[in-house]
Design a protein. Sequence first.
Length: 110
Amino acid sequence: MAAYQLTQQKLVDMALEIDKGFLLALQLGRLKDAGQLQPHQISVGKLNNTREAIAIAREARAMFGGNGITLEHSPLRHANNLESVRTYEGTDDVHTLILGNAITGIAAFR
């Protein structure tokens, strides 16, 4: 499977997003250690990394075809876990509102 050009492109794209998410988390940790981390920056990290993680899990599931749904391979299980984080915990909505407030200075929530 990995010998195909399109598959390798997808794997490279996934690896790039994982590395960017790691670097974002690392920088946020460094800012926290230095006492310079702003609350909205946490939302940047959580919102971005959750969105990218679910996109990667979905792409991995698609790469496996029907096997990506079975228990033999786990991308769909990871995607389901991420969906629960995004919806049940309200990750997208809450962090979007926090970032909107940081950008505009207007709180859209009470």
